[in-house]
Design a protein around this ligand. Structure first.
Ligand SMILES: Nc1ncnc2c1ncn2[C@@H]1O[C@H](COP(=O)(O)OP(=O)(O)O)[C@@H](O)[C@H]1O
Ligand SMILES: [Mg+2]
Length: 226
């Protein structure tokens, strides 16, 4: 099911730790329609932990996460998976493409999981790759692509189900400057033209990004810098 409304993600006093170590010490955040947000923090600050909670992959120890106003704690595993599949796209640091599948097949995968028929899958992927000028990569295998191309394909896969939100965990950390810029251009287009909210993490505390909101995660707390 797809949800409408301006408030996409809300974290309310979220706490999370591993063993006796508290990583998130009461994090609050609201992500709205149209936002392109960065969450910046040093290695070990808790960025991945926070993103996994936002994507309903892990529950918080305390506090609440709401997607489209729905408290995640009220959903069962199946409902959470469906909400995730239809509304959130993930991009990881190391792409996570499947080596034995072509670019096209990799991007089709979430569509197959959503039960979409083969012909429609093909059409949608072709349209997506054409729109972003990546159609020439369609029949290639991941190990024939550069790092930058792999990451752009991973973004296409995240977009395949027309999500309302993309969560990207250090998507530029394994890319050179030129490919990082290309990726940021791609995110900016997705954000503006497809109206997909983007939340990305980075260890770069000061780099100028095409974001409209920037946060720092430090000592378990999140602060927005304005
Ligand atoms: N599954 C886990 N078990 C135990 N400790 C973890 C686990 N995941 C993360 N941590 C610890 O939590 C802290 C924050 O990790 P993480 O969220 O991955 O930070 P970041 O993504 O900002 O580098 C780190 O000290 C890390 O070692
Ligand atoms: Mg991390």
């Amino acid at each position: 099911m797809r949800y409408t409304g301006d408030l996409l993600i809300e974290l309310l006093n979220v706490r999370k730790g591993y063993g006796s170590v508290e990583v998130l010490k009461g994090v609050n955040l609201r992500i709205e329609e149209g936002d392109f947000a960065s969450i910046r923090g040093k290695s070990g600050a808790g960025k991945t932990t926070m993103l996994r909670i936002m994507g309903l992959l892990d529950p918080p120890d305390e506090g609440e996460i709401k997607l489209f106003g729905i408290p995640a704690s009220r959903l069962n595993d199946d409902e959470r998976s469906k909400l995730r599949l239809h509304n959130i796209g993930f991009v990881f640091q190391f792409f996570n493409l499947i080596p034995s599948l072509t670019v096209r097949e990799n991007i089709e995968l979430p569509l197959a999981l959503a039960g979409i028929r083969k012909e429609e899958r093909r059409n949608r992927v072709t349209e997506l790759l054409r729109y972003f000028d990546l159609i020439n990569l369609a029949e290639r295998f991941p190990d024939t692509l550069s790092g930058g191309e792999r990451q752009r394909v991973a973004v296409m896969r995240a977009l395949a189900n027309n999500p309302r939100i993309i969560l990207a965990d250090e998507p530029t950390s394994s890319l050179d400057d030129e490919n990082s810029e290309l990726l940021m251009d791609l995110f900016r287009r997705i954000n503006r033209e497809k109206r997909v909210a983007i939340v990305m993490t980075t260890t770069d505390l000061y780099e100028k990004l095409p974001t409209n909101r920037d946060f720092v995660l430090k000592d378990g707390r999140l602060t927005e810098f304005l």
